[in-house]
Design a protein around this ligand. Structure first.
Ligand code: FAD
Length: 427
C-alpha cells in the first residue's frame, strides 16, 4: 500500500486526500491551522459557489508565467471535469442548485454543507487528519520523502503540496507553500493579488504614480506634494450601477465585461471589477498605464442618449444638467456629470467615463492570487513535478500559477487539480 502525505486541508488538499484514499493509499493530511477548510467556509459570501457550468470555462483561466494556461487546465479537466465534481458531491450526499445559469451552490446555501460532506467522506475513507502542524521542509531520505514539521517527520512515497496562495492569510494561506516549493528548487513566479477592488481617479492630472504594493488608502489618499482635493469619483461612493467595463493597457484594449460596478471612496469594486483586476493589477505591476472605461448606460446607444439630453434641454433650457439627468442616471452618479455644460459631451462621458487605475487592495483583501508554481514544472495529467529528482511530488490548487474569474472557476480548479494530484500520488 502506498503512503501519501497531503500538505494543507483546503479545497485542493481535501480533494487530493479523498482521491488518494479512494485509490487505496494510506493517506495523511497535515494542516497547520486548528480547523480544516477555513477559506472554503468564506467562499461565495459563505454560500460557496463550488463550480461553474460555463461550457467554455478553460479559456477563462490565466497564468502569470505561461501563455498556454488554457490547454494545461483543459488537460487537468480531462482527468477530472465539472461533471466529475458534481457527481462526486452528489455521491457524497450534497444537493446543489444553479444560479445565473452557471453558478453552482449547495441547496442549503451554506458553505459548511460542502465542508461537512467532504469531512464525512474523509472519515469514512479513514484518512488521518493532523491539525496544528506546519510543514517546514520536504526532503528525500532512504528512498522516501520526509515531510518535516516542528518536532516530527512523516516518511511517505508521495506528497501533495496544497498550501494555497497568499490570499487572505488569516485563513492559513500565508505563502509558506511557495517557500516549500522553492526549497525543492521549483520555479515560482511573482505573486500578485487578483480578484480585488481597484483604486482609481477621474482626473488625470490628479493622479499619483503607481507604486507596487500600495494600499488603496495610500493610492487615493494624497496628491503630489500636498494635501489632496477629494477625487470627484468619491462623490459616487456607495452607488451600484450596471455598466460595461473595459480595461486599456498602454492604450490597448485588454479586457471587457458587463456587470454591476460598486463605487467606493477610493475607486470601484464588484464582481466585474474583480474580474478586470486580474488584468489591471498585472499591468500596473509591469509599470504600464491602465485606464478603465465605464459605459454607464450599456443598453442605450450614444445617439439615443445625446438626442434625449438635447431634447430635454430644448424643452427646459432653464434646467441644470443635474435636473436633465434625473430620469437617466442613478442619483449617486449624477454628481459626476452635473458640472458638464454640454449635452453631447455629457452623453459621451456617460458612455465612456475614463478612470485612471492607481492601485489595488492587498493580499488581505483579494479572493485569489495570480502567479505560483510555474506550469512548466508540472505534468497536467498527474500534477506531478516534471523533474526526475522530484518524482512523487505533486502540487495542487491555488499554489499553482492558475487563476480564474469569479463564479466557481477557482474552486473547480482546486477540486480538479487536487483530485488529479491525489489520485496519481496514490498510483
Ligand atoms: C472571500 C473569498 C471568497 C471566495 N469565493 C469563491 C467562490 O465562491 N467560488 C470559487 O470558486 N472560489 C472562491 N474563492 C477562491 C477559492 O476559495 C480558492 O481559490 C480555493 O479555496 C483555494 O483552495 P486551496 O486548497 O488551493 O487553498 P486554501 O483553501 O487556501 O488551503 C490551503 C491550506 O493549506 C494550509 N497550509 C498552508 N501552508 C501550510 C503548511 N506549511 N503546513 C501545513 N498546512 C499549510 C492552510 O492553513 C490552508 O488550510 C474565494 C476566496 C475568498 C478569499
Amino acid at each position: 500500500m502506498k503512503s501519501v502525505v497531503i500538505i494543507g486541508c483546503g479545497a485542493a488538499g481535501m480533494m487530493a486526500a479523498l482521491a488518494a484514499a479512494r485509490e487505496g493509499a494510506q493517506t495523511t493530511v497535515l494542516e497547520m491551522g486548528r480547523k480544516p477548510g477555513r477559506k472554503l467556509l468564506l467562499t461565495g459570501n459563505s454560500r460557496c459557489n463550488l463550480t461553474t457550468l460555463d461550457p467554455d470555462l478553460c479559456s477563462r483561466y490565466q497564468s502569470l508565467g505561461d501563455s498556454s494556461c488554457s490547454s494545461f487546465v483543459r488537460t487537468v479537466y480531462e482527468g477530472f471535469s465539472v461533471r466529475d465534481t458534481l457527481q462526486l458531491f452528489e455521491d457524497c450526499g450534497l444537493l446543489t442548485m444553479t444560479e445565473h445559469g452557471s453558478w453552482v451552490y449547495p441547496v442549503t446555501g451554506r458553505s459548511e454543507s460542502v465542508l461537512g460532506v467532504l469531512l464525512r467522506e474523509l472519515r469514512r475513507l479513514k484518512v488521518r487528519m493532523k491539525y496544528n502542524v506546519e510543514v517546514t521542509q520536504i526532503s528525500r531520505q532512504d528512498g522516501m520523502w520526509q515531510v518535516q514539521t516542528e518536532g516530527w517527520s512523516y516518511p511517505c512515497d508521495s506528497v501533495v503540496i496544497a498550501c494555497g496562495s497568499r490570499a487572505v492569510p488569516s485563513t492559513g494561506s500565508n505563502g509558506s507553500g511557495y517557500e516549500l516549493c522553492r526549497g525543492l528548487g521549483l520555479d515560482v513566479t511573482d505573486i500578485l493579488p487578483a480578484l480585488t477592488a481597484v483604486s482609481c481617479r477621474l482626473e488625470r492630472e490628479d493622479c499619483l504614480p503607481y507604486t507596487p504594493g500600495m494600499s488603496t488608502q495610500s493610492a487615493a489618499g494624497g496628491k503630489k506634494g500636498g494635501s489632496a482635493a477629494p477625487d470627484p469619483l468619491a462623490l459616487a461612493a456607495g452607488t451600484r450601477a450596471s455598466a460595461a467595463v473595459s480595461v486599456y493597457t498602454d492604450g490597448v484594449l485588454t479586457a471587457s465585461e458587463r456587470g454591476q460596478v460598486q463605487f467606493t471612496q477610493t475607486g470601484i469594486s464588484g464582481i466585474v471589477v474583480f474580474n478586470m483586476s486580474r488584468y489591471t493589477v498585472r499591468a500596473l505591476h509591469e509599470g504600464k498605464d491602465v485606464r478603465i472605461q465605464l459605459d454607464l448606460l450599456p443598453d442605450v446607444p450614444l445617439e439615443k442618449l445625446t438626442e434625449t439630453l438635447l431634447r430635454l434641454h430644448n424643452l427646459r433650457p432653464e434646467d441644470s444638467m443635474r435636473d436633465l439627468l434625473t430620469g437617466i442616471l442613478a442619483p449617486g452618479l449624477i454628481p459626476l456629470f452635473e458640472n458638464e455644460p454640454d449635452c453631447r459631451r455629457t452623453a459621451e462621458r456617460i458612455k465612456a467615463l475614463e478612470l485612471q487605475a492607481l492601485g489595488h487592495r492587498d493580499f488581505d483583501n483579494c479572493q485569489v492570487c495570480a502567479g505560483g508554481v510555474r506550469l512548466t514544472e508540472l505534468y497536467p495529467r498527474t500534477m506531478e513535478c516534471v523533474r526526475s529528482d522530484l518524482r512523487g511530488i505533486h502540487i495542487a490548487g491555488e499554489l499553482v500559477d492558475v487563476d480564474g474569474p469569479c463564479g466557481g472557476y477557482n474552486l473547480q480548479w482546486a477540486w480538479a487539480s487536487g483530485y488529479v494530484a491525489g489520485r496519481h500520488a496514490a498510483m
